[in-house]
Design a protein around this ligand. Structure first.
Ligand code: SF4
Length: 227
């Protein structure tokens, strides 16, 4: 498996935000979102066996807890990743998988909590989510929309309503996109869309979704990697 980094930090997104978490960041992505803050995962990395990944997770988090598999797009390495997820579940970790939903998700073990990041139009990668993947989602999974404009918000709102996401998954998250070159100040001035504006739209339309902020970008310098 090609790995960019494994590190421990606080979970910054989803309903698990604020909890300690080990991140396993896989190398490679088949999308090119305009605001991507993980371009350093597109190439490079180093090979690790599943046993080596498990050993590193165990070193970082010997008392179990949360592990997030992320990228890049982790499902590009499905052949090695599925056995790793089974092994981590056997080890008694709570496993989160962050994915765009562009790859089939039916081989993901049902005990893994999927955080599916459906791409909105202004990401430049709209229409990449495979709608058949909705059938794989259950009441522990979460769907996220990173929003950078009113058009993105309306896409997320209408998609959520059309597919009745609020009853299908545990949480629907709407998150303002962050400027990818953000650094220095730790505040919402780096957001491509003012969180207050997004909050007011959610309230006005009574959308059954929660506003998500990338917590780690308000704790550490937004340019810092490995946090
Ligand atoms: S899917 Fe994720 S890693 Fe890939 S380009 Fe988009 S934001 Fe970046």
């Amino acid at each position: 498996m090609q790995i960019t980094e494994i590190y421990k930090s606080l979970q910054g997104e989803s309903t698990y935000a604020g909890l300690p978490c080990v991140f396993v960041r896989l190398t490679g992505c088949n999308l090119r979102c305009s605001w991507c803050d993980s371009e350093y995962t597109f190439q490079g990395g180093h090979k690790m066996s599943n046993d080596e990944v498990r050993e590193e997770i165990s070193r970082l988090s010997p008392n179990l807890g949360l592990v997030e598999i992320t990228g890049g797009e982790p499902m590009l390495q499905e052949r090695d990743l599925v056995p790793l997820m089974h092994a981590l579940l056997e080890d008694q970790y709570t496993v989160l998988l962050e994915t765009s939903g562009e790859r089939p998700l039916h081989r993901v073990p049902p005990e893994v909590i999927k955080i599916v990041d459906v791409k909105c139009p202004d990401s430049g990668e709209g229409d990449t989510f495979h709608v058949e993947n909705l059938e794989t989602l259950g009441d522990r999974d979460e769907m996220k929309f990173v929003v950078s404009s009113r058009a993105d918000y309306e896409f997320a709102r209408d998609f959520s309503r059309r597919h009745d996401l609020a009853t299908r998954v545990h949480a629907v998250l709407l998150s303002p996109a962050f400027r990818k070159d953000a650094s220095g100040q730790r505040n919402s001035s780096h957001c491509l869309l003012d969180p207050r504006e997004l909050a007011e739209w959610i309230i006005a339309d009574d959308v059954p979704a929660r506003l998500g902020l990338q917590l780690h970008k308000f704790i550490w310098d937004p340019a810092l990697k490995g946090v």
